[in-house]
Ligand binder design. Structure first.
Ligand SMILES: [Zn+2]
Ligand SMILES: [Zn+2]
Length: 180
């Protein structure tokens, strides 16, 4: 959601269904409300420090009225957390669920791993699950693209230095005072 705030109703429903959200089909007004919310989710990833991310996520918990409950959908079914009652409606449930999700990540020490991709023009929000926690890019594709660009820039800079050097070397050598 944080990466596709303007997703249409169909796309949004399929994303929510993938995360086991009950009755994920949204109408127009709900989609608009969730679009604004998705921008705020994104703001947590984009914040510069862990403290700022925690502050923003905490504000989301309050605004989403996130109150987790342990429920099950029938005898013998597994207990699981609901962050808002099923009858609360999709917008309220998704707000509570996503605020709760971000809060869990930060609670688990993952606040420093909430990032946005550093490749210019990408900016995808992601959770760095690598071992050393130093990933700067959302994907191998973005990392490779930046590596290729950097490599080209270095070669171009080296070539420019080389031709600059040649340009100076050519006239000075024969015109030196001891040339003859
Ligand atoms: Zn449930
Ligand atoms: Zn990226």
């Amino acid at each position: 959601m944080a990466n596709h705030p303007a997703a249409g109703a169909g796309q949004l429903a399929s994303v929510l269904a993938r995360y086991d959200v009950h009755e994920p089909e949204a109408g127009g007004a709900r989609v608009a409300a969730l679009e604004a919310w998705a921008e705020r989710l994104r703001g947590v990833f984009a914040a510069g420090t862990v403290a700022e991310r925690a502050e923003r996520a905490d504000a989301l918990l309050i605004d989403a009225d996130c109150r987790p409950r342990l429920v099950r959908h029938g005898e013998g079914m597994p207990f699981h957390l609901h962050y808002a009652p099923v009858r609360a409606g999709l917008t309220a449930r998704v707000m509570a669920l996503t605020a709760g999700g971000l809060a869990h990540v930060i609670d688990g020490g993952g606040g420093s791993r909430l990032r946005t991709c550093q490749r210019g023009g990408c900016g995808t929000a992601f959770l760095d699950t690598s071992r050393n926690g130093r990933r700067r890019f959302c994907s191998l594709r973005c990392a490779n693209q930046v590596n290729v660009t950097n490599h080209r820039n270095r070669r171009r800079a080296a070539a420019a230095r080389e031709s600059d050097h040649d340009a100076r070397a050519i006239p000075t050598t024969p015109a030196g005072p001891h040339a003859r």
